[in-house]
Design a protein around this ligand. Sequence first.
Ligand SMILES: Cc1cc2nc3c(=O)[nH]c(=O)nc-3n(C[C@H](O)[C@H](O)[C@H](O)COP(=O)(O)OP(=O)(O)OC[C@H]3O[C@@H](n4cnc5c(N)ncnc54)[C@H](O)[C@@H]3O)c2cc1C
Length: 187
Amino acid sequence: MHKYYDIDVDKRTDQYLVKTDTRDPRKIEMSFILNQYQPQLKGTKLLLYQTIFLNKKEADKWTKDEIRKDKIVLEKWWRQMSHSWKHFAGFVPFQRFIQGKKRTFYCGSYTLVNTHEIATISGLAAAARIGAEYPFADDKLGKKQFDTYCSLVHGRNLTGGLRPIKNTIVQLFLLAVVLCMIYRCLY
Ligand SMILES: Cc1cc2nc3c(=O)[nH]c(=O)nc-3n(C[C@H](O)[C@H](O)[C@H](O)COP(=O)(O)OP(=O)(O)OC[C@H]3O[C@@H](n4cnc5c(N)ncnc54)[C@H](O)[C@@H]3O)c2cc1C
């Protein structure tokens, strides 16, 4: 950790550390000092770190092998989606037309951006679509995020807040995307 990150656990309370690969600045490695934010580790002398290595196909760039094997408490493999522009141009604006069809509502971070917030908000939105009340209406920022999500993903407002973008505008956008794709294929 000291080799790659600027840490000083005695003086600072940094939690989240990011290292850019100097050979390829598009690549990053992330590490966490778990003792700084996991309450069950507060006061523990032994420091527990977590590092996330991204993209197994580029494992040759990882610094993972520099970690002493006898110091590893747990190794866990994840499979995680990564959205490209196609998701935002081709799926996000149009999913409102499938929400609620065949008695089905879609939720999860796939519906917008891959974050904890969207994963949670999307579940609250699906619940609201089948009649539940949004439980954090008093929280100004929470409500704003919920309204924004519902306007984009469900094409409607579920709390009386933000006005959603009209379906016709979305359909026109879809038409423009399709025309651009046809143009790109032909020329
Ligand atoms: C290493 C890592 C670090 C991250 N850090 C952050 C962060 O700091 N901040 C942040 O906001 N987000 C972070 N994320 C992203 C965040 O974890 C995800 O956006 C969030 O967990 C997505 O929640 P979800 O409920 O949509 O999907 P998931 O959490 O993926 O849940 C989907 C569930 O469905 C189950 N499932 C899949 N297929 C089926 C099936 N056919 N039948 C039944 N069950 C099925 C899966 O097993 C899983 O339990 C991180 C992700 C990873 C991997």
